[in-house]
Write a protein that binds this ligand. Structure first.
Ligand code: AHR
Length: 498
């Protein structure tokens, strides 16, 4: 039995809904045959966007989409994706998959997608091949008031008189790598150069996001923020990327050993350390009002080929309970750092990396990760509260090295008179029994609705023939008794409190 204390008076900050955000890059099958089927398709759609996906994104209250990349953005000219005659060009990814970009989905379509779902927009703009003036023009095109500028008139001619709502704007992507192979000092200078003319044309509530480090490369962030100290703090968020990716250490999407299950989840847990250390650098540079953390790419990245397209869609992969548990523990980490994180975007939404949907033609399924986002949705906009639980260390061996990982990940939040507790049990053999004590509530309802996501086979997946193989179960529990968290599972508990 594990004692779990939820401490309501210990308020850790409001969980920004955008922490539950998504990434929709022009890569592989994310856009074409993913979210986009085309207006004339027989597949049910809203203005060309796959109806089933839009409806299911509404159901989980998807808060924000990052677009158009990723690396794709670093060779993207926004002018190719507006108006009647769209250019066909090699994209960033053509070298990898031989596919050419038709630009059928461009700026107008992206904002329509956000509108259909009811989500915010996050444009990742290109500083590798676009000038500061190009970027300013793009912002002008998107946001200038109706009829006020030449570019606003062009937008009107293209069918959208009113400005688009731009909520977040990224200045570059992975500029330490594909985004120009820059040094942090060079990027810092460019950030200031691009943000200055952009800032004074951007709507006042549009948040500008910079490019921080990859994984554990803290030196990038330290040196980049060092540059930002001297002038120009026209920045609201600073992103970093962390993928858990190593075929050698973690095996494949469906084919992995028990040790590889633990090794992958142990490395996913390093997200906690990355947030702590990155925030330490932000504080050390007095940038806490400018450098709120944005984790705009995260997820479990398996070797190619396990998805329905059998490798035709770049980076398409299947998802098991391992991916669901990894998503759950990552979201628990984000919840518990609510005061530091402004947004996060799981990579990516459809047919790519740690996706929520797999599609092919008229077929569409939700992955176990979709269910985690559904089970966690009440955390969005809630007050994160302190929670402590007794845990055990699970020992494992991987590539000749010993490791250990905690058996339980958890977080808790309060909103509208409900306490939401979410937990993931990493142990593939033993269930955990939680003896719950809520500190600081006047009254607590004994009965609580609980969703449990698990499967007797940790390698089970949803397929087009069997799309509900891994799905959550809804049960009512008596919280005066221990709450069971089955082996290798994710649970969410909703408790009425006052
Ligand atoms: O998500 C796939 C790619 O991974 C993105 O384009 C890039 O930013 C990252 O390296």
């Amino acid at each position: 039995m594990a004692k779990m204390y939820v401490m309501l008076p210990y308020k850790k900050g409001t969980i920004a809904p955008e922490i539950y955000g998504h990434f929709t890059e022009h890569i592989g099958g994310v856009i074409y045959d993913g979210i986009w089927v085309g207006k004339n398709s027989k597949i049910p759609n809203y203005d060309g966007f796959r109806k089933e996906i839009v409806d299911k994104l509404r159901a989980i209250k998807a808060p924000v989409f990052r677009w158009p990349g990723g690396c794709f953005t670093e060779a993207y000219n926004w002018r190719d994706g507006i108006g009647q005659n769209r250019s066909i060009k090699p994209s960033w990814w053509t070298r990898w998959d031989g596919k050419y970009e038709t630009n059928e989905v461009g700026t107008h379509e992206f904002f329509r997608f956000c509108e259909l779902v009811g989500a915010k927009s996050y444009i990742a703009a290109n500083i590798t091949s676009m000038t500061p003036q190009d970027m300013r023009d793009y912002m002008d095109y998107c946001t200038s008031p109706r009829g006020k500028t030449t570019l606003a008139l062009e937008r009107e001619k293209n069918g959208h008189p009113e400005p688009f709502k731009v909520d977040f704007w990224g200045i570059g992507n992975e500029n330490w790598g594909g985004g120009g192979n820059m040094t942090p000092e060079h990027y810092g200078n460019l950030y200031r150069q691009y943000s200055e003319p952009l800032f004074n044309v951007a709507p006042k509530d549009c948040k500008l996001v910079s490019c921080g480090q990859s994984d554990f490369q803290y030196d990038w962030t330290r040196r980049f923020l060092g540059q930002m100290m001297s002038s120009g703090k026209k920045m609201h968020g600073m992103s970093f990327h962390y993928y858990v990716k190593s075929a050698e250490k973690y095996g494949e999407a469906i084919s992995f050993s028990d040790n590889q299950w633990y090794a992958m989840l142990a490395d996913a847990w390093k997200m906690d350390e990355i947030i702590e250390r990155t925030w330490g650098i932000v504080l050390g540079n007095c940038m806490e009002n400018h450098g709120k953390i944005v984790v705009d790419e995260w997820g479990a990245w398996h070797p190619d080929g396990s998805g329905p397209s059998k490798g035709a869609n770049l980076f398409e992969q299947q998802s098991t309970m391992r991916d669901a548990v990894l998503a759950a523990l990552t979201l628990n980490i984000f919840n518990s750092h609510a005061d530091k994180i402004m947004m996060a975007n799981v990579a990516q939404l459809v047919n790519n990396i740690h996706c929520l949907f797999l599609t092919s033609g008229d077929k569409c399924l939700t992955t176990p990760t979709y269910h985690v986002f559904d089970m966690y949705k009440n955390h969005m906009g809630a007050q994160s509260v302190g929670v402590y639980c007794d845990t055990k260390d699970i020992a494992f061996e991987n590539n000749g090295k010993d490791g250990s990982v905690k058996n339980l990940s958890y977080s808790a939040s309060v909103k509208n008179g409900f306490l939401t507790i979410t937990a993931a049990n990493l142990d593939i053999e033993n269930a955990a029994e939680l003896d719950l004590e809520v500190v600081g509530a006047n009254s607590i309802c004994d009965k609580a609705m609980t969703k449990i996501l698990c499967h007797e086979n940790i390698r089970a997946v949803n397929t087009f023939d069997n799309p509900c193989e891994v799905k959550p179960e809804l049960i009512e529990v008596d919280i005066k008794k221990p709450i069971t968290v089955p082996a290798a599972s994710v649970i969410s508990v909703e408790i009425k409190i006052s």
